[in-house]
Each structure stands twice: as C-alpha cells, then as structure tokens.
Design a binder for this molecule. Structure first.
Ligand code: RIB
Ligand code: CA
Length: 324
C-alpha cells in the first residue's frame, strides 16, 4: 500500500494543461488536494470553468479555487488562437451545477501547505501570478513546499516572443518573485525540454481515434480536430512552414511537466541560477540562466529533455486508465 503524495495543480487550461492534469490524476502517485486555475491561455472566466469541468470529467472531484484574473503589472494578449475561445479547443460541456470552492487560490495553497506540514507538492503550468500572490501574502510558503515543478521559460528561443515563453511572458514580475522565493526543490521544465516530449503524426492520429470505451474520447477527439483545423488555417500564410513543422510533432508542453513530476528519471537536470527579465523591450519575459555562476548559487533544476519513447509510453498508459 503506497501513501499518495499530496499535490496541488496550478494551471490555465488550456488543451495541454488538460493532458497534464489527465496524467497526474491517472498515474496514481498523487492525492490531488485541489486545482487552482489562473488567467493565462484564455481569461480566468474560462480557465476556471475548464478546471472545474476537468476535475469532474477525470473523476478527480476535488475543489477548484479561483485565482488571479490579471497579471500583477502587465497587460498582454492571450492565446485563444492556440486553445480556442473557450480554452479547450472548442470542446463543449455543461457544468451541471458544479460550483467553485469558496475562497481564493492563494489562501487554499497556503492553508493546504500548512495542513500538509511541509509534505505538499506543487505543479504550476500557467502564468505564475497565483504562486507569486501566495508568496507575497505568506512569505514562509516556499519553505512548506516539498517539491515544485513548473512548465515555464525557455533556455533559447521563446514561443510568445523570440526570447520569451508564454507562461513567463504573461507575468514576468510574478516569475521574478517565484525565482527569488527560495523553493528548496524547484524544477523548471522549459520550452526546449517540452519540445523533446512530442507525439508523432501517427500517435496524434491514434489520440484522435481514442476508442469509445475511453471516457475521455470526446475531449481527445476534439483537441486533435481543433489542432488539425488550426494547422490547416495556417497553410499558405506566412506561418505555412511553422504549420508544416508543428504538423509533424504534436507538443503538449504541460504534459512534459507531468512526466517529469511522475517519473523524474525521464529527464536529466542541470542546476542553474535562473532570473526573469522584466524590463527589456526585446528581452521582456526572457528567462535568463547564469551559466558562469556569477550568482554564486543556484535556484532551479533545469530539466534538459525527456526520453521521448518513455514519454509516449507514459502518456498512453495514463490515457488507458480512463477506459471503462
Ligand atoms: O508556452 C506553453 C505554456 O503556455 C503552456 O503551459 C500552455 O498551456 C500555455 O499556458
Ligand atoms: Ca498551461
């Protein structure tokens, strides 16, 4: 008999967030204490409803505490173009009277960290606004977190700008607070790591044909259909080549963070001191790695890249758990 590890998932669902939550729930290692949605891919109104829906749809049935509607300081466009206007690739669902838990994400995050007496683990796969607010309200929060994994940052090229990855770019001031907060065991799954955790075209088609006896087949069919539609729309535009590339490999960024949390041996790591640029007009939102050790210390373990075969195996093993 294995004690399930207490975990909170902070997220901005998000079609790839949905894959990450699916995996963290299916792997059986975690007692998901709650989900804390944040603004991000789409406004909080949608990320929070999606989190509430997924908690029910996946059979997690744990409380969902709403977090921040806006970034601490900046105001930027979001990513409806990737995730669809409702954030789940247009997948339609009815909340059937489901309600959010009373209270704010940051008070739940801290309250649960105190209750779990330093054993609470945390995965954050959206902008870091909720985590930063928790730290500002409760400065001892980082010391109460046993293991912290984020999907965020980019060691080279970004996806929101040439240098910034979307989660960090959406709230660089929050990211700077989080990097400086002193989490003891802090793993960063950055964009370049996520790119190694891809599914091939054939595997994407397999996902798009998830059998009817799988309770998630509706969502998975829609996620693949939506992605294919998006890529078709880009054909012949200035993004044509990008669409060609993306068509060959389906990357669910947040699923890489789930894989690293579930099986840390799936990746290798390098400790660095990581910072976030909050001022440059070309570098705004860039995660800066101190490779020469000027900082004299390190604050994160950078996940360098996952074993793709093990990732694929883990992903489909988790999905299979939803067959009835
Ligand atoms: O850059 C990818 C990240 O931004 C993912 O977490 C995706 O869901 C979006 O939030
Ligand atoms: Ca996300």
């Amino acid at each position: 008999f294995m004690i399930k590890r207490p975990l909170i998932i902070d997220c901005d669902p998000g079609t790839d967030d949905a894959q990450c939550i699916m995996m963290l729930n299916a792997c059986g290692l975690f007692d998901i204490r709650g989900i804390t949605p944040v603004h991000g891919n789409v406004p909080l109104e949608f990320t929070s409803k999606n989190a509430l829906f997924l908690s029910k749809y996946y059979g997690i049935n744990r409380p969902v505490y709403k977090g921040a509607e806006e970034r601490l300081i900046v105001r930027l466009p979001r990513a409806e173009y990737v995730h669809g206007s409702n954030g789940l690739g247009g997948f339609e669902y009815d909340l059937n009277g489901l309600n959010f838990a009373d209270g704010k994400a940051w008070d739940f995050l801290y309250g649960e960290a105190v209750k779990q007496k330093g054993q609470l683990e945390l995965v954050a796969i959206g902008p870091l606004t909720n985590i930063a607010i928790t730290i500002m309200k409760h400065p001892d929060f980082p010391k109460l977190i046993k293991k912290f994994v984020i999907m965020g940052g980019a060691r080279t090229a970004g996806n929101a700008t040439p240098l910034a990855e979307f989660n960090i770019y959406q709230d660089p001031h929050a990211a700077e607070i989080v990097f400086k907060a002193g989490f003891e065991d802090f793993t960063v799954v950055d964009l370049q790591c996520c790119m190694t955790a891809y599914l091939t075209k054939e595997e994407e088609e397999k996902l798009g044909a998830t059998p009817k006896n799988n309770s998630l087949c509706g969502l998975m069919h829609q996620v693949v259909r939506h992605r294919q539609e998006n890529l078709r729309k880009l054909k012949g535009t200035k993004y044509n080549d990008l669409a060609e590339q993306e068509g060959k490999k389906m990357v669910f960024c947040d699923a890489a963070a789930a894989a690293v949390m579930i099986d840390p041996t799936i990746s290798k790591y390098q400790d660095y001191y990581m910072m976030c640029e909050t001022r440059g007009d070309k570098t705004f939102g860039q995660t800066v790695i101190d490779r020469l050790g000027f900082a004299g210390t390190t604050n994160i373990h950078l996940a360098l890249g996952v074993d793709r075969d093990r990732f694929r195996q883990l992903y489909f093993d988790c999905l299979k758990k939803y067959e009835v």
